[in-house]
Design a protein around this ligand. Sequence first.
Ligand code: SF4
Ligand code: SF4
Length: 140
Amino acid sequence: MKGILRSLITVTRNTFKRPVTVLYPHDRIMVPYNSRGSIQLMVDPDTRKILCDGCGQCEKSCPLKLISIEVDINNKKLKSFYIDISRCMFCGFCEEACTKKALKMSFNYELTEKDFSALKYDIKKLTKHARPKLRKFWKT
Ligand code: SF4
Ligand code: SF4
């Protein structure tokens, strides 16, 4: 009897409480400050050059081996940089390993693509959101 009464009180109390969930994607909430979304390669805001020098520290630190980097030895320039976002667990180890602050986790979590292969991010895709900009505050 006590249990039933307690459940009734809980149900009644929760009926008049504001819901903690939202009807996504119709309603959106603000992304917490230290959220980890898709990865981006940072560019120098003045020169527009990629900060990454291809040292490979992030490649070594990824537990799932999702990062592959190729460097042109003659020009000492970054040739290719790929991250397989489809398997990424957003642990942030790659960001921590980068001493040049050239790799950052963004706030973007909407990563769906029609084509699965589009989730293998190349330099173009990794620098797409790298422009210095204010964080987007969403409507509640
Ligand atoms: S650790 Fe940083 S600088 Fe080195 S390859 Fe990765 S992103 Fe580039
Ligand atoms: S966030 Fe983690 S799993 Fe994803 S690429 Fe970086 S180190 Fe690998």
